[in-house]
Write a protein that binds this ligand. Structure first.
Ligand code: MTE
Length: 321
C-alpha cells in the first residue's frame, strides 16, 4: 500500500475531526478522573470512538462537485445506515470495530471473459485513485456532501471483459457473523435478510459517475461507511450504494436487490432520486442536509440529470421506481 503525504486541501477537515475526537477523549478523561467508571470501560469506549486506525490515501483531486459545501467527517461517519450492525444511525460508529477490512478480496465473476479476484492492494496500486465530491441523498429524506476517494467502476469492469450476455451487475456484501453482529447464527429476527445485495443495469454500471469508493476525507473508509470498498451511485437513493462488497457478478437478468425484496411497493430496482415521485409514506420533494435546520429542494437525479438523464429517457419513472 502506498503511504502518503496529506494533501493540502485536507487540513481543515482534519482539524475538525481531530478537535471532535479531542473533546470526546477529554470527556472520557474527566470521567476517569472522577472514578465514575472502571478503566476497562473507558478503554472500550475509547476504542469505539476511535474505531479502526485509517491510513491516508494518495489520490488525484478532480473537479467533480466543485463548489459544493462539504459535510464534516464527523457528520458523515456518525449518522449511518448499516443494518449488519444495527438499525440505529448512531450504533454503526460504535460497533463497527468488529469488521476487519484488511486483508480483503473482491471477486469479479459471471458473464466475463476474464474472471478475477482483486485485493485491496490491487486497487490501491493498479488504478489511479481519485477524489470526487458527490451529493448523497438517502431515500429517507436526509442528504450529505462527501469527498469520496476511489475508482470508476467501469475501469474495473473493463479489465474483467464483460461478455455480450452481461446485462446487469449484481453486488454482494460480506456475510460473516463474527464481523457483523446482526448476522449471528440463530438470530430470530435479523434486521434484514442477508447478504445485502444491490444491482445496476450495465449502462448505469459503466457510467462515468459510478464509483467504487475505498476512502473519504483523505483516508481509507471508516468501517461504518462500508470499509474497505463500497459502491457510490450519486444519482440514486443511498440504499443502492452497497457497503463492504465481496462480489461483483455480471449477469443476464435483473438481480433482486435487498430493499426491493423486502418491500417492492416502496423500493424498486432503479431508485433514481426523483422529487416528483413520492415514497408511498412521505414526499421526496425536499431533503434535509445533515447539520442543516432547513430543508432544501431535492434535485432531479440528485443534480446529475445532464450526466445520466439520457439513460432513462424512454422510461416511465413513476413505474420504474
Ligand atoms: N450496505 C449494506 N451492506 N448494508 C446496509 O444496511 N445501507 C444502505 C447503503 N448501503 C446499507 C448499505 C443505505 S439505506 C444507505 S442510506 C447508505 O448505505 C448509507 O451510507 P452511509 O452510512 O455511508 O451514509
Amino acid at each position: 500500500m502506498t503511504i502518503i503525504k496529506k494533501p493540502d486541501w485536507y487540513i481543515s477537515e482534519n482539524e475538525v475531526t481531530d478537535e471532535a475526537l479531542f473533546n470526546k477523549r477529554r470527556n472520557f478523561l474527566k470521567l476517569g478522573a472522577a472514578a465514575l467508571v472502571s478503566s476497562s470501560v473507558i478503554a472500550e469506549k475509547l476504542a469505539a470512538v476511535e474505531n479502526v486506525k485509517r491510513e491516508s490515501l494518495k489520490f488525484q483531486k478532480t473537479t467533480f462537485g466543485k463548489g459544493l459545501e462539504l459535510n464534516s467527517y464527523d457528520q458523515a461517519s456518525t449518522y449511518n445506515n448499516f443494518y449488519e450492525f444495527s438499525t440505529s444511525k448512531s450504533d454503526p460508529a460504535k460497533m463497527a470495530h468488529t469488521l476487519k477490512p484488511n486483508p480483503w478480496d473482491v471477486e469479479i465473476l459471471g458473464e466475463v471473459e476474464n474472471p478475477m479476484v482483486i485485493s485491496l492492494e490491487d486497487i490501491y496500486n493498479s488504478y489511479p485513485l481519485e477524489e470526487r465530491i458527490y451529493r448523497f441523498r438517502c431515500v429517507e429524506g436526509w442528504s450529505m456532501v462527501v469527498p469520496w476517494i476511489g475508482v470508476t467502476l467501469s475501469h474495473i469492469l473493463q479489465k474483467a471483459k464483460p461478455t455480450s450476455k452481461a446485462k446487469y451487475v449484481k453486488f454482494t456484501t460480506l456475510v460473516d457473523p463474527k464481523q457483523f453482529p446482526d448476522q449471528k447464527a440463530g438470530k430470530l429476527f435479523p434486521n434484514i435478510p442477508y447478504p445485502y445485495v444491490e444491482g445496476l443495469r450495465m449502462d448505469e454500471a459503466m457510467n462515468e459517475l459510478t464509483f467504487m469508493s475505498v476512502g473519504m476525507y483523505g483516508k481509507m473508509l471508516p468501517n461504518q461507511n462500508g470499509a474497505p470498498i463500497r459502491l457510490v451511485v450519486p444519482w440514486k437513493y443511498g440504499f443502492k450504494s452497497i457497503k463492504s462488497i465481496v462480489s461483483i457478478e455480471l449477469v443476464e437478468e435483473e438481480p433482486l436487490n435487498t430493499w426491493k425484496m423486502i418491500n417492492d411497493l416502496e423500493y424498486g430496482f432503479y431508485a433514481n432520486v426523483n422529487p416528483n415521485v413520492d415514497h408511498p409514506r412521505w414526499s421526496q420533494a425536499k431533503e434535509r442536509k445533515l447539520g442543516s435546520f432547513f430543508k432544501t429542494e431535492t434535485l432531479m437525479f440528485n443534480g446529475y440529470e445532464k450526466e445520466v438523464g439520457h439513460m432513462y429517457k424512454d422510461m416511465d419513472l413513476r413505474r420504474y421506481i
